[in-house]
Ligand binder design. Sequence first.
Ligand code: NAD
Length: 292
Amino acid sequence: MTQKTVGIIGLGRMGNGMAQSLLREGFKVFGTDVGDTQRQAATEIGVHVVSDIKALCAESNVILLSLPMAKHVQAVIEGKDGLIDHAQPNTLIIDTSTSEPDVTRALSAELAPLGHGLLDCPVSGGPAGAKAGTMVMLVGGEPNALERAQVYLDALSAKVVHMGASGSGHAAKLINNLLCAAHLVTTAEAIALGAKAGLNPESLIAGLNAGSGRSAVSEVNFPHWILSDSFDSGFTMGLMRKDVRLAKDMMRDMGLALPVAEQIAEMWAQSATTIADEKDFNCIVKNAGLGE
Ligand code: NAD
């Protein structure tokens, strides 16, 4: 049997981890990135790093994207010397970036008449999940594209949920991250209240995790990255602020007034004045009652 190939555009924290999972599962992995450090790191783990998208397309007709924002996804797909210019016939693009539903739908409509497929497959699980192949993927797109992608998604994830048509994976991911952003704030406030009432934070988290107040934030973020003071999850304030801003845009576009979500979004937007983009996203708790 011939070895399956895949090309990755974006070899950052998530792209590098996904490359490791695909290599472990026996795929031949090609990749490209605009950053020298990322290219070097990918070469060291066994990725065949190529110079540009044209060279990547020559190697595979399945291309995985792991890029910061929708504008980067647009640039690599429809920009000069991008995927539309160089893709092999019948290329499948698997976009794991947390991007914008409207942009995804428009790109999908642009690619379909050219014979290419686009799946939105945003992920949860962070760099550790990407590296372990245990991410959760919320997929938007055509069922036949999902069927073709399945072998790649199996190598990357513990669970795949098909949300529906193109863009619905990205919409679901923004809603998920809005909730995560809210849980960070509400759980930090709960711990601050507990501390004032004389409770030990570690004991309180253990108690909450045994009860109905728990969430992924109380079960994972607080023990691993917040109470341990490590703040090294691999997901940045800048990227989470982007996600919360996009979720707020969705609320506006839908004409929905969701006062608590809007207050959370405002708090994350305001945090740009005190917490730099490069900092770990868990640092938001310092603006929510757990400041030094
Ligand atoms: P990152 O900044 O570490 O990686 C993105 C990479 O894309 C960088 O290496 C950058 O150089 C590269 N890039 C940008 N423009 C490019 C272009 N035109 N051509 C080639 N490469 C280009 O970001 P990340 O943390 O890996 O996140 C990637 C995506 O995954 C984001 O959308 C993020 O919101 C999402 N995400 C991240 C996490 C996490 O924990 N880090 C978790 C879930 C989802």
